[in-house]
Every structure is written in structure tokens, then in C-alpha cells.
Design a protein around this ligand. Structure first.
Ligand SMILES: Cc1ncc(COP(=O)(O)O)c(C=O)c1O
Length: 444
């Protein structure tokens, strides 16, 4: 296939290397991609955690086409349309009770920045304008906006912008201790005390200055760090005690990945806001949002302002885009009608035993899993961090599976439509890839 690759700067990609080692996929159906040279690849990460239904579902194609023919766009400020309202109803119906308002955006990054702004606006309106500080967490990924990288804790994404980080941010320590937790299946039993770190930060900054704590219920991008039993509830209790809002960033965990609608329900912990994106449209079209408690909505919109003035000066041209809303409605309908979230929950033990069977492979240093998500940590090639997992990814692409490598971790998040055999195949493909990479001359 003759493609001019000279003009596209790919995101989170080694671009110079890519142009000499291109990896091109040309079509997708169900749980498989087709490569430019005609091979079939199993979609082991549901796109980028976003396509649990698989690709090309006829109902999504139909919804997209119908909406394009009906109304491709309408301005989102001062005007709205029935499809976007319908999606807000569906999304809030899936959310934990009380999170009954939704603010639509276009991506996870925008959802995070929006949630941080809503937290500050809420505290201002209720007369606590000193509450502007945010608490994030080490190893967190909250997208790439300046808000998101400030509360985020992935050093590589932050270090070049150090002086531009939001000033009022501090970080909880990350909740993973390989010494005590390695090879845990599901939620580690040890480690709820790691949430006590929040009390330390409250004592340091004083609660009167802290607006919100933002955490991913499961830290996804950094390699499926599963919260220890009791950890999230402790964060909740501390936030409640000090009047601090708790935001769950569910861009990955939202819409079924943990086997429940949201991680909040899976772990039985109630946040004040939830950010979401990705699976809400099955990845077909960009859409994100922030679920907000009724109390936060009521307070924030009670700001003293003339009736014709917006209460929150925030929004995007494509907030609540009717095309995205139509696809979102179709997606949530399919998840419901085909029982796919229940299916994800039923397949979770299959994934758990498949990935943990890799434990004795040489160079596998940790394996974690929850719901239909798992990660395998590999020993780095000496002096070359990230190279081993990158090679595993390349081996997978050259053979049969599309894996996700970040650092020396391989993440797995199969589509909910996967069969048990396909899930077993992901782990077996990974075993083969790990062995092949270990046999490379510099990589033992
Ligand atoms: C937890 C979390 N928050 C935010 C984001 C950013 O989402 P986006 O890439 O849509 O901006 C991601 C992306 O993976 C994520 O995992």
C-alpha cells in the first residue's frame, strides 16, 4: 500500500521510527483489525480501552448515518436538541444514584479539566472560595491538558512542562507496593492504609484550601493498578469529613470495564463527580462528559446572576454534539440489550486465570487484573527501559494481537464480545511474544 506518511505527526508515538517501521490497519470488524498487508489482528485493548462492543456494529453504523442525515450539528450554547437530552438521560440512568446531571465534552482530557473547574466553581458559590487546591495521585493519568497533567502523576508526561503545572496541586502516593501486592488477583487485600496519605495532605494544606481529590478507581494507563480492598472507601470518608469533593476519573473504567456500569458501583464507593469518555460511544466518535451530583449542580447554578447570564462560563463548540449523542445512545442500547456488561463480568475470571498463567514465564515481574482489564509487568532490558514491552507489542502486531505497551507493561482489555477461547488466545499470544523477545541477543 502506497501511503504518504510525511505529514502526519502521530500522538504518543516514536514518529521517526514509525516512518521506517509503519504499522497500518485498514479496516475493523468485531474484535479484529485487518492490516494493510492483509493480516488479522485481535483487538486485545478494545481499541484504546474504548471499543467494548467491537467494531462496525450495524446499529451504531445505522445511528451514525441516520443522525448525519437528520442533523449533523447544532450549536451547543443556548440551544439544544432531543438526541443530546436523550443521551443525558441514559448516562445518568447508568450512574450511581445522585449523579443525576451531566456536562458533555469531547474527550477524557476535557472531562478532567471540566471537573476541576466545576469543583472550584461549586466551592466559590457556597462561599468557600479558598478551596482551589487539587489532590491528584502519583502514577495517575488524567489526559494531557494542563489541568490533567498537573493532577496526573506520570512523570514522563509532566517533566517538560514543570514550571507550567497548576500551582495548587499535591499528590497522594500511588497505591501499589509490589513487595506486598505482586501477583494479586483482583483487589489486593493489603494496602487500604495507603489512603491515609490523604490525611497527611489535609494536615499539610488545611482542608479549607482543598477543592477536590481526583483518582482513577483503577489506574489504567499506568498499568491496571487495582485499588486495595477498603482503599477507595477510606478516601471517600476522609473527603466527606473535610468537605472535599471526590472525583472518580472513569475514562477507562466507565461503561462496564470492571464488570459494573462504573468503577464506583463495582467498588461500592460514591464519588461526587465522575469523568467519562471512550466507551460511551464505543470509540466510534469522540465524546466525554462529567457526571455531577444533584447537590453540586444545584449549588453551582444558584450563583447570583441575571437570568439571561450563564451560571458556568465553560463549554466547547462540540459539547453534546448530536452525532456523538446518537452514537452514544446506540452504544448504551447495545450494551444493555446484548447484556454485554454482564458478559464482561462473567468473562473476568477467564481473563484472570489466563493472564496469571504467565506468572512463571522468565522476566514476568507482576500481573494484575480486575474485570476485563489486566496488565503484565516485564523486567526491563538492562539499561533500556520500555524496550522489552515495545518489542512485545511489535511481535504481537507482526503476528496476531494488538497489545498496548507503556513502559515495560503490557495492558490487556479485550472487547466484551470476546469468546473464552479468544481471551485464552491473548495470553498464549503474549507468552509466545515474551519468549521471542527474550530470545533476542541483548534481551535475556
Ligand atoms: C483515566 C483517564 N483520564 C483521562 C484520559 C484522557 O482521555 P483522552 O485521551 O480522551 O483525552 C485517559 C485516557 O486514556 C484516561 O485513561
Amino acid at each position: 500500500m502506497n501511503i504518504n506518511m510525511d505529514h502526519y505527526w502521530l500522538p504518543f508515538t516514536p514518529n521517526r521510527y514509525f516512518r521506517s517501521h509503519p504499522k497500518i490497519v485498514v479496516s475493523a470488524k468485531g474484535a479484529y483489525y485487518q492490516t494493510a498487508d492483509g493480516r488479522s489482528l485481535f483487538d486485545s485493548l478494545s481499541g484504546l480501552w474504548c471499543s467494548p462492543i467491537g467494531h462496525g456494529h450495524p446499529k451504531i453504523v445505522e445511528a451514525f448515518q441516520r443522525q448525519a442525515a437528520t442533523m449533523d450539528f447544532a450549536p451547543p450554547f443556548q440551544v439544544c436538541n432531543p438526541v443530546t437530552f436523550a443521551l443525558s438521560e441514559q448516562v445518568t440512568a447508568m450512574a450511581p444514584p445522585g449523579l443525576s446531571q451531566v456536562f458533555f465534552v469531547n474527550s477524557g482530557s476535557e472531562a478532567v479539566d471540566t471537573a476541576l473547574k466545576i469543583a472550584i466553581a461549586y466551592h466559590r458559590v457556597r462561599g468557600q472560595g479558598t478551596r482551589t487546591r487539587m489532590i491528584g495521585r502519583e502514577r495517575a493519568y488524567h489526559g494531557v491538558g494542563f489541568g490533567g497533567i498537573s493532577v496526573g502523576g506520570m512523570v514522563a508526561n509532566r517533566k517538560a512542562y514543570s514550571s507550567l503545572m497548576l500551582p495548587g496541586v499535591d499528590h497522594l502516593r500511588h497505591p501499589w507496593d509490589p513487595g506486598a501486592m505482586a501477583f494479586s488477583k483482583g483487589q489486593p487485600v493489603w494496602g487500604s492504609h495507603l489512603a491515609d496519605d490523604l490525611e497527611r495532605l489535609v494536615a499539610l494544606h488545611d482542608a479549607s484550601n482543598i477543592a477536590a481529590v481526583i483518582v482513577e478507581p483503577v489506574q489504567g494507563s499506568t498499568g491496571v493498578l487495582v485499588p486495595p480492598q477498603g482503599y477507595l472507601q477510606k478516601l471517600r470518608d476522609t473527603c466527606t469529613r473535610h468537605g472535599i469533593l471526590l472525583i472518580f476519573d472513569e475514562v477507562i473504567t466507565g461503561f462496564g470495564r470492571t464488570g459494573a456500569n462504573f468503577g464506583a458501583q463495582r467498588f461500592g464507593v460514591q464519588p461526587d463527580m465522575i469523568t467519562f469518555a471512550k466507551a460511551v460511544t464505543n470509540g466510534t466518535i469522540p465524546l466525554g462528559g462529567v457526571l455531577v451530583s444533584q447537590a453540586i449542580y444545584d449549588t453551582t447554578t444558584s450563583i447570583e446572576a441575571p437570568p439571561h447570564a450563564p451560571e458556568l462560563l465553560h463549554g466547547y463548540t462540540y459539547s453534546g454534539h448530536p452525532m456523538a449523542a446518537a452514537v452514544g445512545l446506540a452504544t448504551l442500547g447495545i450494551l444493555r440489550e446484548e447484556g454485554l456488561i454482564e458478559r464482561a463480568a462473567a468473562l473476568a475470571p477467564v481473563l484472570e486465570s489466563a493472564v496469571h498463567a504467565l506468572r512463571d514465564e522468565p522476566g514476568v515481574v507482576d500481573i494484575r487484573n480486575i474485570g476485563l482489564a489486566a496488565a503484565v509487568d516485564l523486567e526491563p532490558v538492562p539499561g533500556k527501559p520500555g524496550l522489552r514491552a515495545f518489542r512485545v507489542f511489535e511481535y504481537g502486531f507482526a503476528h496476531s494481537h494488538l497489545y498496548r505497551a507503556s513502559g515495560d507493561t503490557i495492558s490487556i482489555a479485550p472487547p466484551f464480545i470476546s469468546s473464552e477461547g479468544e481471551i485464552a488466545g491473548i495470553a498464549e499470544g503474549l507468552r509466545e511474544a515474551i519468549r521471542a523477545v527474550r530470545a533476542m541477543p541483548d534481551a535475556a
